[in-house]
Ligand binder design. Structure first.
Ligand SMILES: *Cc1c(COP(=O)(O)O)cnc(C)c1O
Length: 403
């Protein structure tokens, strides 16, 4: 089955290739290699004259089912699954860039990607310039004759800046570059960048595609000719996805749209409630009409996702007090889980940035990020309200057993 079914149908069925056992659910192929009927078949498959599996660093049936399903949901020709989201962006860069080429990136991207660009790719002469994701003119000004990739994450983490994918894809086309979009926060359930002109979508499947905080994985999706190059790097270098993780992500895709809708509706209710609280200076959530790119988000996304950030009036002290006062919400920097999580970006995920860079990215000391889970919104609000009004100050040094 290919791309002519509706999204929800593809989410549960695309890519399935039943074996002779006629299984209903997709099996996990825990095998490192595959056997051939005879020497001639081995030679034909090794030479590429005949399709077939050789070794699970290259291909694995469970991984292939996941790849086909995610490609169908993103509207891409081909997907290559990777060991992590970072392996996805690394594979993209290694496959599509040559030494001495240049990247223009949004400055509001996942922290480890900034380190990859600034420290590791730099050693191969690949330079990166950073711009505000929302300022189209800055993107255009930063493009040089040797620019090969434009890289953007939208909505951004944690302050939900929305980049205009269509406008950036036109810019990429005009200057002969490729537009790579990190679609981790929306997933194809809420936003399909390839249908808006992006060349490549990358994912950390670790987040919403898994959806229950169990495993690390990633993916690259796009046109066949680009993905052939990404696959060429992956099969040689080896940051491949394990079949067990592929099976988890496959099951995650089946409920992805329902979960993303539930995350989004809980997050919107929380954002609206926070916006009315006197303790809160500002709420960052693209679903609020007060958000500067609300209209763009409405055009580009089906809903606004599960991540809400807000600046408290009392700075770091108020932020830490709120975090320490929660009893249910998990204190962790991960996101995309059924369980709500809370973090203080300035001292965790964005702690490695200089104070100026943090300020420039809108990450104040009072900023708190909540990745809203699927618990009842009444309980989520109650857990936060306790810390907002500060009537149960945490016991000194107490690490409470959390539910
Ligand atoms: C987590 C994350 C990544 C990296 O993915 P890993 O699976 O942790 O390697 C990349 N981009 C975004 C937006 C992320 O949140």
């Amino acid at each position: 089955m290919e791309h002519d079914y509706q999204f929800d149908t593809m989410a549960v069925r695309a890519g399935q290739d039943r074996t002779c056992e006629r299984e209903q659910a997709e099996p996990i192929f825990t095998t490192s290699s595959y056997v051939f009927r005879n020497a001639a078949e081995a030679a034909a498959i090794f030479s590429g004259q005949q399709p077939g599996n050789i070794y699970s660093r290259f291909t694995n049936p469970t991984v292939r089912t996941f790849e086909k399903r995610l490609a169908a949901l993103e509207g891409g020709e081909r997907c290559v699954a990777t060991a992590s989201g970072m392996a996805a962006i690394l594979s993209c860069c290694m496959a599509l860039l040559d030494a001495g080429e240049h990247i223009v990136s949004s400055r509001a991207i996942f922290g480890s990607i900034t380190v990859l660009f600034n420290e590791h790719l730099k050693r191969f002469g690949i330079e990166t310039s950073y711009v505000a994701p929302t300022e189209l003119e800055a993107w255009e000004q930063a493009i040089r004759p040797d620019t090969r990739l434009l890289f953007v994450e939208t909505p951004s983490n944690p302050t939900a800046e929305i980049a205009d994918i269509q406008a950036l894809s036109r810019l990429a086309q005009k200057h002969g570059c490729l537009l790579v979009v990190d679609n981790c926060f929306c997933t194809p359930a809420l936003q399909r960048p390839l249908t808006m002109g992006a060349d490549i979508v990358i994912h950390s499947a670790t987040k919403y595609i898994d959806g229950q905080g169990r495993s690390i994985g990633g993916a690259v999706v796009g046109r066949g000719e680009l993905l052939d190059k990404v696959f060429g790097f992956l099969r040689t270098a080896g940051p491949s996805m394990s079949p067990f993780n592929a099976w988890i992500f496959l099951k995650g895709l089946e409920t992805l749209r329902l979960r993303m809708e539930a995350h989004s509706s809980n997050a919107l209710m929380l954002a609206q409630w926070l916006e009315r609280r006197p303790e809160v200076e500002r709420v960052y959530y693209a679903g609020l009409p007060s958000h500067p790119q609300h209209e763009l988000a409405r055009r580009q996304q089906l809903a606004y996702g599960g991540v809400v950030a807000f600046e408290l009036r009392g700075g770091q002290e108020a932020a830490w007090r709120l975090i320490d006062s929660t009893e249910m919400i998990s204190i962790t920097a991960n996101l995309g889980d059924t369980k709500s999580t809370i973090t203080h970006p300035a001292t965790t995920t964005h702690g490695r940035l200089t104070p100026e860079a943090r300020l420039d990215a809108g990450i104040g000391d009072g900023l708190v990020r909540i990745a809203v889970g699927l618990e009842d919104i009444t309980d989520i609000k109650a857990d936060i309200e306790r810390g907002l009004i500060g009537w149960t100050l945490p016991r000194e040094g107490a690490d409470r057993e959390r539910v």
